[in-house]
Design a protein around this ligand. Structure first.
Ligand code: ADP
Ligand code: MG
Length: 324
């Protein structure tokens, strides 16, 4: 997955903790082997290179996951869509970056559209309808690996655990002993601006600051808007908390594409997921969040990023976010 894995496990015995941590690593490696779009040996690679027009049967675990990803693209109105592969190619996102010609972009948009690859959740089959179409697992793969690794920890009865897979977290524990974690400033990544106390949930953040391509001096993020074919505008970051790591991962990507206004309204309509938007405009940081997010925030909303807040100007509070 091109990223780091950090595991902390607390258990009643050293051997038990070590074994549980080792199993997390093995499970993440197993998902990487299954989902990698870089490795020509992966099962995902077989899906992505299957003959155009013929049904392909991935193993049931992968088939279920692809159907799940498909569901997130439907509910997000296409803001999240793993079928972005052709657009990743058009912008050379995995190389040094290139601005596609209008012609290339039109073709890529077709090859990345909702009809370019069909996933049938009943039969578990995948059909590619365009030779340039492929599914990018980058928007939900970390969540999938985390979810499975977390299930392993539950079964191992460890007391507390924290997994950090490239910035997406899974926190296992109880309300009396939550994990304290921080959300970084969207552009000054070393600066924590929000603290959360979490247990039994995953936290995923999507933003443009860490990975980007630069074309003619303009930075373009690695998250694409599948509806327009354009890289998403750099506006800040969004952090999603959910008991389901796949949901946290996919929804964070979706909300980033939607942007802070549309994204907040959308997130408020979803059950069981909480979102925090950190927006940077002219160097000013503003935060907004769904009401449910407050159960995880350690500081009262008013004190969020106080150094950026002028007295009496409460754009940060939940109550006034509609007036922004
Ligand atoms: P990260 O993996 O860097 O934490 P995300 O979870 O937001 O960030 O996923 C971004 C990755 O998802 C991109 O690198 C790309 O592989 C893929 N991707 C880009 N745009 C979309 C999109 N609109 N929907 C689904 N996947 C996307
Ligand atoms: Mg994601």
């Amino acid at each position: 997955m091109g990223t780091r894995l950090g595991v902390v496990v607390e258990a009643s015995s050293t051997a038990g903790a070590g074994e549980a941590a080792e199993n997390v690593m093995l499970e993440v490696e197993r998902f990487e082997r299954m989902l990698s779009t870089w490795d020509p040996e992966s099962e995902m690679h077989a899906v992505n290179t299957a003959a155009v027009g013929s049904p392909f049967w991935p193993g049931s675990e992968l088939a279920l996951l692809l159907a799940e990803a498909d569901r997130y693209s439907r509910i997000s109105g296409g803001a999240f869509d793993a079928r972005v592969g052709a657009l990743v190619d058009a912008w050379d996102m995995r190389g040094s970056g290139v601005v596609p010609t209008p012609d290339m972009l039109t073709r890529a948009l077709n090859a990345a559209g909702s009809g370019s690859i069909s996933v049938d959740e009943h039969t578990g089959t995948v059909v590619r309808h365009d030779a340039a179409a492929w599914m990018d697992t980058g928007g939900f793969g970390k969540g999938a690996a985390l979810r499975s690794a977390a299930q392993g920890l539950e079964l191992a009865h460890v007391d507390r655990a924290l997994i950090d897979l490239g910035g997406q977290l899974w926190a296992q524990g109880s309300a009396d002993e939550p994990w304290r974690v921080s959300v970084a400033h969207p552009t000054k990544r070393r600066q924590p601006v929000v603290h959360l106390e979490i247990h039994g949930v995953s936290v995923a953040t999507s933003g443009t600051s860490e990975r980007f391509i630069e074309i003619d001096g303009v930075r373009r993020g690695h998250i694409l808007d599948p509806r327009t074919g354009q890289p998403s505008r750099a506006w800040g970051s969004v952090t999603v908390v959910s008991a389901d790591p796949v949901e946290a991962d996919a929804v964070a990507t979706a909300l980033y594409v939607m942007g802070p206004q549309v994204g907040l309204a959308w997130a408020e309509r979803q059950d069981g997921l909480h979102a925090l938007f950190l927006q940077v405009e002219d160097g000013e940081l503003t935060a907004s969040w769904t009401p449910g997010m407050e159960q995880w925030l350690t500081d009262p909303p008013e004190s969020l990023a106080p150094e950026h807040q002028s007295p009496g100007h409460r754009t940060h509070t939940h109550e006034s976010r509609n007036h922004q």
